[in-house]
Write a new protein. Structure first.
Length: 180
């Protein structure tokens, strides 16, 4: 039995391009490994997919930093195609994390499967401390399973930052990749 989507979709409706979706808003299955092998070579030193016929690097770097590749009538993010090509796995709705935060670096050793929660833990914008005007101190904190835990008050910003980073490593372990 096929899983039919009950909604009709206008043929001119735009689809989201950050991950390829089908008309039912499920993540579209990636092309087979065989299809990808026929079309692309993988350069392990750069992480680029290379068109076999032209020898040119496939895809376009988008404003969000990801490489996007048009293949068989659909747009795909290059890191998802690289993952499929080299592991044989279609990650489905699991995200692929760029371990060091460079969205254009698609070398397989710099990619890993991650949940959205894991991805959120790696956001470089998560400071984990703030200035408290009343106390004239920096307050360090961490969010664990949606609940904030107070880590302490510090005179120096660097001390609050260090307390937050240590707590992140302790609670998140290998998922967390501290920014250099």
């Amino acid at each position: 039995m096929t899983n039919q989507c009950p909604q009709e979709r206008h043929p001119n409706a735009t689809t989201f391009t950050f991950i390829a979706y089908d008309v039912c808003m499920r993540i579209r299955a990636l092309p087979s490994v065989e299809e990808l092998e026929r079309k692309f070579d993988y350069d392990s030193s750069t992480g680029d997919l290379i068109h076999r016929k032209t020898g040119k690097i496939a895809g376009t770097r988008k404003s969000d930093g990801y490489i996007q590749i048009y293949f068989k009538g659909h747009y795909y993010r290059a890191h998802r195609l690289v993952w499929r090509l080299l592991t044989g796995e279609d990650p489905g709705d699991t995200t692929i994390d760029h371990i060091f935060g460079d969205r254009a670096d698609n070398r397989i050793e710099h990619l890993r499967l991650a949940t959205q929660s894991d991805q959120n833990k790696n956001k470089p914008t998560t400071r984990g401390y703030r200035w408290d005007e009343r106390r004239h101190r920096f307050i360090a904190f961490i969010s664990i399973n949606g609940r904030y835990t107070h880590l302490g008050c510090y005179r120096e910003e660097e001390d609050a930052r260090e307390a937050h980073l240590e707590a992140r490593l302790e609670h998140y372990g290998e998922v967390f990749t501290p920014a250099v």
